[in-house]
Design a protein around this ligand. Structure first.
Ligand code: SF4
Length: 435
């Protein structure tokens, strides 16, 4: 059982879904740099695609995503603009799509026939590898009869359902009521339709949540045999995310309880035969993420842990982020402005950050630490190693020359350990707790 270090667990550190992180984005990067980066992707090079659907049926109080409730007219306008953006980006890109992920928000805020039309447009406009995985995040409460079959027919082969918690009193405090039967029925429908790769997202640190609540949720989740599970710690930042003001600080579990939940999740999932992946994922040994982790091919990108590195990750939709060698660029956040630009056939990037050689080296060290727990630090970054000495003294890392290995005790603090190589970390108050 890892040791609770209250001074470390409370420290705010980035999630490192990119390096540099979004905190370094600025308005000096935009569509011009985006166009240059898209055109520079070599012909046939593997590319991952992410489509952001920023709408939901109902808003959960804990949610930090860029999403909102929308009327049907707004949804129709979004689909139209997204189809324009697909055509614009496809006209510039010579790479081949090897993975397609729909996220949000809740992509199934759009009806299944709309999602099928978007997939048909992708197939028409892009070069897509025959074995490309098409994955979609779904709100189980918004799944309609026939959706599973329609999505399977459109080529979706993995679905990720937001579960978060099965405890009714916690669901009430986060404004997300969804009985166990809803999730069980959805999983059964997808499997019956031939979509056998099923992910669940769970959360710890939610208001009113205890270790027992989390343990019961995990037992119920395991009974449905998801292939892959993410267990995210709730990041309470009401000053930055106004909907989180609906959650009272008084209802939140303290740091020691959060730590106990994080380690309990690890213990229960690994005891049930799941492989621990990085610091917050679990996967059955046959799942592609478990295979990638064993082969040290796991990566981190804006979706968290992923299996398809590719030459670039291209984000479509308002606020979606693209990652290229040397550049990270985010699409316009304001829905109306994004639609105007997309409908006019323009690229929609408006913020981002250049990634220089030093950033790239640091990014690789941070990524390997968070994915493999092991890295050989290149000589130019060796001056960061003394920062790890206090962690080594607590048994959280082992240092051999320039090799850094996270110990089993150190995994809960993995992001904090990786932050030793972050040269930009100056405003830690903007980030979530280390655990
Ligand atoms: S359904 Fe998902 S994306 Fe939508 S508000 Fe809830 S957590 Fe956020």
């Amino acid at each position: 059982m890892p040791t609770f270090h209250p001074d470390l667990a409370a420290l705010p550190v980035p999630r490192y879904t990119s390096y540099p992180t979004a905190a370094q984005f600025h308005a000096g990067i935009g569509a011009t740099e985006q166009a240059r980066a898209l055109a520079a992707v070599p012909e046939g090079a593997p590319v991952s695609l992410y489509l952001h659907i920023p709408f939901c049926r109902q808003i959960c109080w804990y949610c930090g995503c860029n999403t909102g409730v929308a009327a049907s007219d707004r949804l129709r306008r979004y689909e139209k603009a997204l189809l324009h953006e697909i055509a614009t980006v496809a006209g510039l890109l010579k790479g081949r799509l090897v993975a397609i992920n729909f996220g949000g928000g809740s992509p199934n805020a759009l009806a299944a026939p709309v999602l099928a039309r978007i997939l048909a447009a992708l197939r028409h406009d892009f070069d897509i590898a025959a074995d490309a995985e098409i994955a979609m995040e779904l709100d189980p409460r918004a799944i309609r009869p026939g959706d599973a079959a329609a999505l399977a027919a459109a080529g979706v082969c993995r679905v990720s359902m937001g579960v978060q918690t099965f405890a009714p009193h916690v669901q009430a405090l986060i404004n997300r009521i969804q009985p166990f039967e809803t999730i069980a029925a959805a999983a059964a429908e997808f499997r019956a339709a031939g979509i056998n790769a099923i992910n669940f997202d769970l959360m710890y640190g939610l208001p009113g949540q205890s270790v027992i609540d989390l343990s019961e949720t995990i037992a119920q989740a395991i009974s449905l045999k998801p292939d892959r599970v993410a267990v995210f710690g709730y990041a309470h930042m009401p000053s930055a995310i106004s909907r989180q003001r609906m959650i009272s600080d008084l209802d939140l579990p303290g740091p020691a309880a959060r730590f106990a939940m994080s380690t309990t999740a690890h213990r229960l999932f690994t005891a049930a035969g799941y492989d621990a992946i990085g610091f917050d994922h679990f996967a059955l040994p046959h799942d592609s993420m478990a295979v990638a982790a064993r082969d040290q091919r796991l990566i981190r990108n804006f979706q968290g842990y992923a299996t398809e590195a590719g030459t670039a990750l291209i984000g479509l939709g308002a606020t979606a982020i693209s990652q290229f060698p040397g550049l990270i660029v985010q699409n316009e956040k304001h829905l109306g402005q994004w639609e105007t630009a997309a409908n006019a056939g323009h690229l929609t990037g408006t913020r981002g950050v250049g990634v220089n050689a030093d950033d790239t080296q640091r990014s690789q060290v941070i990524e390997r630490l968070l994915c493999d727990g092991l890295v050989e630090v290149p000589e130019p970054l060796a001056d960061a190693l003394p920062r790890l000495a206090p962690h080594a003294a607590r048994g959280l890392v082992r240092l051999h020359g320039r090799q850094v290995a996270i110990t089993p005790d150190g995994w809960p603090y993995a992001r904090l350990i990786a932050s030793a190589f972050d040269a930009h970390l100056k405003a830690p108050e903007r980030h979530a707790r280390a655990v």
